[in-house]
Design a binder for this molecule. Structure first.
Ligand code: PFF
Length: 503
């Protein structure tokens, strides 16, 4: 029954763009360039491409492939492997839900900045450029003193968040067919905008100095653990694997569709976007450093700081059309983020719930949109940034690495990866060999555990994460709590038996 009513992509192009759009997100602009700069420049590119080939693409093939083979999202696919594994499909659903809850808030900030750009509300000139931090923490966030000091609600942000969820609902409620068509725009528009920002960046004074920092290779870095940690964590984060959605995106493919080639195209298109975005970012950072007469490392930044503090500074210092460039930059962030958001919400949460419980797609979409909006409200309070930081660390670092590693272990050792490989090869142009089984069995889990231990536990177990304190719990406790709650919910959902599932 499910097969005839299953959502379907309207074409292979639609699927590819949806997959590329989910992978290409804020991380390509605000995480990758800094990672490269901070970890050996050009040498990082080598480690990162190796990560793509041995970790990212094989893992992506597994997620697409299981979705396609079982024609279900993550929980249904793991239930197909064995009833006792269904929880392992739900855990990343929890991860996806929490990520989209805060990701949508970040997009809301980007929209507020896009609007502020029209009047250059944060100001132009050097004094303004030096105080963009005040604008972000003060005017936009109204940041309180700590995670339990909620202060009031930032109504403007909440309003934007509501708007974003309405847009997401409209894109998602008809399912894969419309998502695939919208994705073509949400991928191509930011590509064009990034090219404009790139050209603007490269024509600014100081640009070359910035690029030097971005790509100047330090080959000795390849001998350190840091570069491999950075490369593998970036690959895991950037391909949007480990967050349930890619199983569902694979499940909207017909059983005879190609997977291997599509996974490779998705991976390479994503990395190419990151590489280009790095030029736009570092040329602009080079300009900022030279116009403030400081060194590039003094302005190099990543994450929220890069997007909402450093880039606005650079825009303040630009010789002309500041507001226009500002609007372009923040609209780029909006378009980069929105298709990752509908991927997380639809593929990661809505499709798995509907697989299990049946019912009308629009109702599930409305329900998840409302709950996602309400959950996001906590990040719109004056303590929002602290919570965003903790939830981000819990789910988009530990959550996706842990569930990803466990999934590969279950597929590799408790099932037969060759079953999946034969299924993939039967319909794909490019055939994969038995080496793929070993990547899934050993290489991917070991790499992910290495990232988790080296870049995570070694820091978060002895130290309270970021020194946060919430009642009796410190920041690290909160991380384990967030993950633990997700695990309990996952087991509970596994125990629920719905009609259509034999006992
Ligand atoms: N892959 C997307 C990005 O790099 O921005 C989407 C994404 C990944 C969002 C991981 C959030 C996240 F934690």
């Amino acid at each position: 029954m499910a097969d005839t009513t299953r959502e379907r992509w309207s074409s292979r192009t639609a699927f590819l763009f949806a997959a590329i759009g989910s992978a290409v997100g804020l991380g390509n602009v605000w995480r990758f360039p800094y990672m490269a700069y901070d970890n050996g420049g050009g040498a990082f590119l080598v480690a990162w491409m190796i990560g793509l080939l041995v970790l990212g693409i094989p893992w992506l093939m597994m997620e697409f492939g299981l979705g396609k083979m079982f024609q279900k999202g993550a929980p249904g696919a793991f239930a197909g492997i064995g009833r006792k594994w269904e929880w392992l499909g739900w855990w990343p659903v929890w991860v996806a839900f929490l990520i989209v809850a805060y990701y949508a808030v970040v997009i809301a900030w980007a929209l507020r900045y896009a609007i502020s750009s029209f009047t250059m509300q944060w100001g132009t000139g050097e004094a303004a450029a030096q105080s963009t931090g005040d604008f972000f923490y003060g005017t936009i966030l109204n940041l309180s003193s700590g995670p339990t000091d909620f202060g009031g609600m930032e109504w403007l942000t909440l309003g934007m968040l509501g708007l974003i969820w309405i847009v997401l609902f409209i894109i998602m409620f008809k399912g894969a067919n419309v998502i695939g068509k919208v994705a073509i725009y949400t991928v191509v528009i930011p590509w064009i905008l990034l090219m404009v920002l790139l050209i603007r960046g490269l024509t600014l004074p100081g640009a070359m100095e910035g690029l030097n920092y971005y790509l100047n290779p330090d080959w000795s870095a390849l001998l350190t653990g840091d570069i491999w940690f950075a490369a593998f964590s970036q690959i895991a984060f950037t391909l949007s694997v480990g967050m349930a959605g890619m199983y569902a995106y694979g499940s909207f493919l017909a059983k005879k569709a190609d997977v291997n080639n599509n996974a490779m195209i998705t991976g390479f298109a994503n990395n190419a976007t990151s590489f280009l975005a790095g030029f736009a970012v570092f040329s602009t950072l080079g300009f900022l450093a030279s116009s403030l007469s400081v060194a590039v490392p003094d302005v190099a930044d990543s994450g929220l700081g890069l997007a909402f503090i450093t880039f606005p500074s650079a825009i303040s210092m630009m010789p002309a059309a500041n507001g226009f460039i500002g609007a372009l930059f923040f609209l780029t962030l909006f378009f980069l983020g929105i298709d990752s958001a509908f991927f997380l919400a639809h593929g990661g949460v809505i499709a798995p719930l509907r697989d299990k419980f049946g019912g009308k797609l629009w109702k599930w979409t409305a329900g998840v949109s409302i709950v996602g909006f309400l959950a996001g409200a906590i990040f719109c309070t004056q303590a929002g940034l602290y919570w965003l930081d903790m939830v981000d660390r819990a789910v988009s670092f530990y959550g996706l690495l842990l569930t990803g590693a466990l999934s590969c272990i279950v597929v590799g050792w408790f099932w037969k990866p060759q079953i999946l490989r034969e299924n993939l090869n039967a319909t794909s142009d490019v055939k994969i060999g038995a080496w793929w089984d070993w990547l899934i069995k050993l290489v991917v889990p070991i790499a992910l555990f290495f990232v988790m231990i080296y870049g995570g536990f070694m820091n978060d177990i002895p130290n309270a994460y970021e020194g946060y304190q919430v009642g009796p719990f410190n920041g690290s406790h909160i991380l384990w709590l967030i993950l633990g709650v997700g695990l309990i919910i996952s087991f509970a959902l596994q125990m629920v038996r719905t009609r259509g599932e034999e006992a």
